[in-house]
Design a protein around this ligand. Structure first.
Ligand code: F0G
Length: 430
C-alpha cells in the first residue's frame, strides 16, 4: 500500500505514480522486521540476491516480492573511506566517505533501480521511462537491458555529462533529448506516463526510494550499527534525502538505533530551491531556473521536496548550499586523496567544510559524507578544472599537465623543478 505525503490518503495502486491530489506517494509496509544476525549471515553469500547490498536488507525494503522477479547485478557493497586529506580540508577529525560511485553503473541510482525495476517486472511492465540529468538514465538503461524491458530516457539536450550519455546509448536505451531543462523533461515524463501508460522509474516511483534506503542500512552495518552524528548528502531531485529520513525513522521504530543522526542536505548554490524553502521557512517550494557546473544536481523543481522536508525536520537536520568553486575544489581534494568522485558528489564534502567553518558541525563529531557518483562520469569538467578552463571557478588545486621534449635531459630538468605546475612549458590541451 502507498500513502500520499501531501493529503495522507492511502492508495492501493501506482496509477500515474502520484496521488489524485498531485502529492507524491510513499510505500507503507504492513510489517517490517530487522534481524541483524540474518543481515550479518548474508555477508558471506557468493551469489544470488542476498549478495547485493540492497537485497541483503530485503525485509526492510521489499519484504514480500518473490525471488523470481528480482533483477540484480548485484549492487551496493560500497566502501567507507577515511582520508587524512579530506579531514584536513573539512576540519573534521572523524569524517568518512561512503562511495556510491562504486555501484555497477557508477552511481547510487542502482540501489533504487534494482528495486523499482524488479517491481516493474512484477507488474508486467514492458516499457520503462525516466527523466534524467544522466545517472538515472544510465542505471535504468542497464537494468532494463538485463530485464528485457524497453527503456526510454528523457534528458535535457546538451546538459548531461558524456560518461552518462555514453552509458545510456551503449546499454541500448532510446534516448530522447528534450529541448529544455531536467524539470521540463520530468514534466513530459509525468504527463506521458499517464497518457501512454508508461512505467516511470524516477524517484517519483516510491520503490526507488525504498531501494535507496539501503545506503543508510549498509553504512550503519559497516559501522557496527553505530550511527554517526551527521550524514551529508548532495541534493537535487531530493530522492536520497527522502530515503535517508525514511530509513532512519524505520530503524528507530524497530529499535535498531537509539540516536538518529542529523541529515544535512547540500545543494549547489545556483540550483538551491530546497535551501530557500528551508531557510525562508516557506510553505511551498518555489521553482528556480537552475545553473551549476554539477550537472547531476542542476534541478530547479525537485519532485520529492515534501518527503525531504520531513527528513530534515525528523532528524533535526539542516539544508546548506555551496558554490561551484567550493564543489570543484572539494572534488579536487577527494580526487587527489585517491578516492575520486563526480562534481555533484563533492557537494557533500564542500558542505562538510562549510558547516564546520560555520560551527554547525563540531570538530570531533562523526560525519559521513555520501559520494554519489564515480569520477569517470564527468571527465570533461575534471580536465577543464585542471587546465584552469572552467569559467568563474577559482581552481585552488590545479594539476596542470606539462610539455617536454622526448629526452631524458628535459625530463630530468622538469622533475628538478620545485613545482612542476609552475614550469613555463605549461600547455593548454584544448
Ligand atoms: N548526485 C548525483 C551524482 C546524481 O546523479 C544525483 C541525481 C544527485 C546527486 C541528487 O540526488 O536527486 O536524490 O537528490 N541525479 C538524478 C539523475 C536527478 O537523473 O541522474 P537526489
Amino acid at each position: 500500500m502507498y500513502r500520499c505525503v501531501r493529503c495522507g490518503r492511502n492508495v492501493n495502486a501506482l496509477n500515474g505514480f502520484t496521488c489524485g491530489c498531485g502529492g507524491t506517494l510513499e510505500v507503507v509496509h504492513e510489517s517490517l522486521e530487522a534481524s541483524l544476525e540474518v543481515f550479518e549471515s548474508r555477508l558471506s553469500e557468493m551469489e544470488g540476491p542476498y549478495r547485493s547490498g540492497v537485497w541483503r536488507y530485503k525485509e526492510l525494503i521489499h519484504p514480500l516480492i518473490g525471488a523470481e522477479y528480482i533483477v540484480t547485478r548485484p549492487e551496493g557493497n560500497t566502501n567507507l573511506y577515511r582520508r587524512v586529506e579530506v579531514s584536513r580540508y573539512t576540519g573534521l577529525e572523524r569524517v568518512q566517505l561512503k562511495h556510491e560511485g562504486e555501484n555497477p553503473t557508477g552511481s547510487f541510482k542502482d540501489r533504487g533501480m534494482t528495486v523499482a525495476v524488479s517491481e516493474a517486472v512484477r507488474n508486467g511492465a514492458s516499457v520503462v521511462v525516466c527523466a534524467s540529468t544522466g545517472n538515472t538514465s544510465a542505471s535504468m538503461a542497464a537494468y532494463a537491458a538485463q530485464a528485457g524491458l524497453k527503456a526510454v530516457v528523457f534528458i535535457p539536450e546538451g546538459e548531461i555529462a558524456y560518461g552518462k550519455l555514453a552509458q545510456a546509448l551503449a546499454y541500448g536505451a532510446q534516448v530522447i533529448q528534450v529541448k529544455g531543462s531536467f524539470d521540463d523533461a520530468m514534466r513530459v515524463v509525468k504527463e506521458s506516463s499517464v497518457e501512454l501508460g508508461l512505467y516511470v522509474l524516477n524517484s517519483l516511483n516510491p520503490w526507488r526510494v525504498e531501494g535507496q534506503k539501503s545506503i543508510i542500512f549498509e553504512m550503519l552495518h559497516q559501522r557496527g550499527w553505530e550511527p554517526p552524528d551527521w550524514i551529508l548528502v548532495p541534493a537535487g531531485n531530493l530522492g536520497n534525502t527522502a530515503a535517508f529520513g525514511k530509513a532512519l525513522r524505520e530503524l528507530k521504530q524497530l529499535g535498531v538505533i537509539d540516536e538518529t543522526p542529523r541529515i544535512a542536505s547540500i545543494q549547489a548554490e545556483g540550483a538551491s530551491p530546497f535551501y530557500r524553502l528551508w531557510r525562508g521557512k516557506l510553505n511551498r517550494l518555489e521553482a528556480v531556473e537552475p545553473m551549476t557546473v554539477a550537472s547531476a544536481i542542476k534541478i530547479g523543481n525537485p519532485v520529492s521536496w515534501v518527503k525531504a522536508l520531513d527528513s530534515i525536520r525528523g532528524t533535526d537536520g539542516v539544508v546548506e548550499r555551496v558554490s561551484d568553486t567550493e564543489i570543484m575544489n572539494a572534488k579536487a581534494v577527494v580526487d587527489a586523496s585517491g578516492v575520486g568522485c563526480e562534481p555533484a558528489s563533492a557537494a557533500s564534502v564542500a558542505g562538510a567544510k562549510r558547516l564546520r567553518d560555520a560551527g554547525v558541525i563540531d570538530m570531533d563529531e562523526e560525519v559521513v559524507c555520501v559520494l554519489t557518483g564515480n569520477l569517470l562520469k564527468d571527465p570533461d569538467n575534471t580536465v577543464k578544472y585542471h587546465l584552469g578552463e572552467l569559467a568563474s571557478i577559482d581552481a585552488r588545486h590545479m594539476n596542470r599537465p606539462v610539455k617536454a621534449e622526448p629526452d631524458v635531459g628535459s625530463i630530468e630538468r622538469l622533475l628538478r623543478q620545485p613545482n612542476s605546475q609552475t614550469v613555463e612549458a605549461v600547455v593548454s590541451l584544448s
